[in-house]
Design a binder for this molecule. Structure first.
Ligand code: HAM
Length: 523
């Protein structure tokens, strides 16, 4: 017998059980309802994507990409890697045929991996494999002729070709979905569809963060993205308004909407205002008395990406960040105008906001509008949601020029905590009818009536085995059932059904024909 052991959910992941799952379902339904009322349609994208997609969009210097991605090799080609390492060692000094033999073996393994679809068969692999085959032939020829110099240069050529062969495909569990939505937008040519594409998604995301309350390694986001040719501030404002409507539906009253503009990057057409700000920030951060107080990550980022110092969570760095220059002082005329219009639009929609000049958000793709909603009822992980504008991301990912984008994602886990803290919404599932059947004769009627009532959308519990009447009543009570439908010998003989209302114990008899109407009325 193998040793008995208990399995537990992996650290940072958790199970969501009834009755809590009822609140999750209520929330998702409410969020879908709100987003659909603003004419957003659902998009479902895969849970894993190419690593490169996120590295390019979110940015190589961000915490998410550097530390938090769950990456794995899709193809599992360890055997090929092992053979390639052997090739990298070159020929054995005492065996001039060794490289040739290893290359031949390697090509056999490659052919098998191709057959099993474990490595890509398109470009550049097909070209590299053809060249490796021809190198092998040339090697045979050179070895026959004892042409040592030729053997040496062919060995080197074979080595570098083998290194270029793309063996694995690195993929990650998605840490967020904006990049996936942009990838899908490009892949399906969605710019050809009429108007702006207003898309929403609901699903799990994965980040290898240090787990704590409100922070998980598998967490759930509901997000929305608007992609199209317009960057009208009304789009930004409507998206934010939509979030406040959702907060209202959830009766979360204690929250703050923080907004900022982080300017624009350089484009081939014009110089942006953000690079100037980044330089100013870098100069400030390089000052010895500031630089010496920064941690290793931030010190590195002063050179690689100073904006990322701004969203450092290191407690000792907060006082420094507070005193850094604000981008608002350097915004170009266009960005300033966009930001002013956004504020006007929010006021028009009666959405209260607080300007937060240092809100840069932890992902590289943002420009102009950034926003976050925080709630004091949440504790340390107080960000309910975050978002911003990312014009240019679609183009950077190889999509059409001129496509603008803005979106947000809310942390579902945190919303649920906030709803529970606010104590205003109580979503539970109830059993409407518990069927207490007794005796073989009653059973077929019980099965039939359960189906009829379920067809009427009532939640019905039909015990799979006969229960004593008292036990059945107790069970129904514990389940919180509203009614017990009693089916015993008496009921079958008299063709009348007994119904007991558990709230007050009132019991009455009705005919089977009256049953459906009775429960319709009891809703
Ligand atoms: P984000 O700020 O990284 O933005 O995440 C959005 C929200 O997801 C956070 O405000 C938080 O509520 C929740 N969240 C993030 N990490 C965790 C975690 N480890 N555990 C629990 N909740 C978490 C984005 O993901 C962007 N894609 C948002 C966006 C969409 N920007 C434009 N479009």
């Amino acid at each position: 017998m193998p040793e008995q052991r208990k399995f537990r959910a992996i650290k940072g992941t958790r199970d969501i059980l009834p009755p809590d799952s009822a609140l999750w379902n209520w929330f998702e339904k409410t969020a879908r309802g709100v987003m659909e009322s603003y004419n957003f349609g659902e998009i479902r994208t895969p849970i894993f994507e190419e690593t490169e997609l996120f590295a390019r969009s979110i940015g190589a210097e961000t915490d998410v990409v550097q530390k938090e991605m769950f990456a794995f090799d899709l193809h599992g080609s360890r055997d090929l890697e092992w053979w390639r390492d052997l090739l990298k060692q070159g020929a054995h000094p005492k065996d001039r045929f060794s490289f040739r033999n290893r290359l031949s073996e390697f090509l056999e393994k490659v052919a098998l991996a191709l057959q099993q679809d474990r490595i890509g068969s398109g470009e550049p692999n097909s070209r590299i494999i053809a060249k490796l085959k021809s190198t092998l032939q040339q090697l045979d020829n050179a070895l026959d002729r004892d042409a040592n110099d030729e053997v040496e240069s062919l060995t080197e050529a074979g080595q570098s070709l083998a290194i270029d062969l793309q063996i694995g495909q690195s993929v990650v569990l998605r840490p967020e979905a904006t990049a996936s939505v942009c990838r899908a937008y490009i892949e399906h040519g969605m710019q050809m569809r009429p108007g702006d594409q207003k898309l929403y998604y609901v699903g799990p995301m994965f980040r290898r963060e240090r787990p704590q309350k409100g922070r998980y390694r598998q967490f759930y986001q509901i997000g929305a993205e608007v992609l199209g040719t317009s960057d009208a501030p009304a789009i930004d404002a409507e998206l934010i308004e939509m979030l406040t409507v959702l907060l209202e539906r959830c009766q979360i009253e204690k929250y703050t909407l923080l907004i900022n503009s982080i300017g624009c990057p350089d484009t081939p057409e014009r110089k942006g205002c953000r690079p100037k700000y980044v330089e100013l920030l870098r100069a400030k951060l390089r000052e010895p008395e500031i630089f010496s107080k920064l941690g290793a990550d931030s010190q590195r980022r002063v050179e690689t990406n100073p904006l990322r110092v701004m969203d450092s969570k290191v407690p000792e760095e907060q006082a420094i960040i507070e005193k850094l220059p604000k981008i608002s002082e350097l915004l170009c005329a266009d960005c300033r105008e966009h930001y002013e219009k956004l504020k006007k639009e929010l006021t028009l929609r009666e959405v209260p906001f607080t300007e937060s000049p240092r809100l840069v958000r932890g992902l590289d793709y943002y420009m102009r509008t950034t926003f976050e909603i925080t709630s004091p009822i949440l504790g340390a992980q107080n960000a309910l949601c975050g978002g911003g504008r990312y014009d240019g991301l679609v183009e950077m990912l190889g999509g059409p020029k001129g496509i603008k984008g803005i979106g947000f994602a809310l942390g579902e886990d945190r919303f649920i905590d906030a709803i529970q803290e606010a104590k205003k919404i109580h979503a539970t599932r109830t059993v409407d009818v518990f069927i207490a059947w007794m005796g073989e004769q009653a059973y077929p009627t019980a099965v039939r009536l359960a189906r009829v009532l379920r067809g009427e959308k009532h939640t019905v519990e039909l015990p799979p085995e006969e229960m004593k009447f008292r036990k059945a009543l107790e069970r129904a009570d514990k389940m919180g059932a509203r009614y017990v439908l009693i089916l015993g010998d008496d009921e079958i003989a008299s063709d009348m059904l007994s119904i007991k209302r558990l709230a007050d114990g009132k019991q009455e008899k009705i005919s089977e024909e009256a049953l459906v109407d009775y429960f319709r009325g009891a809703r």
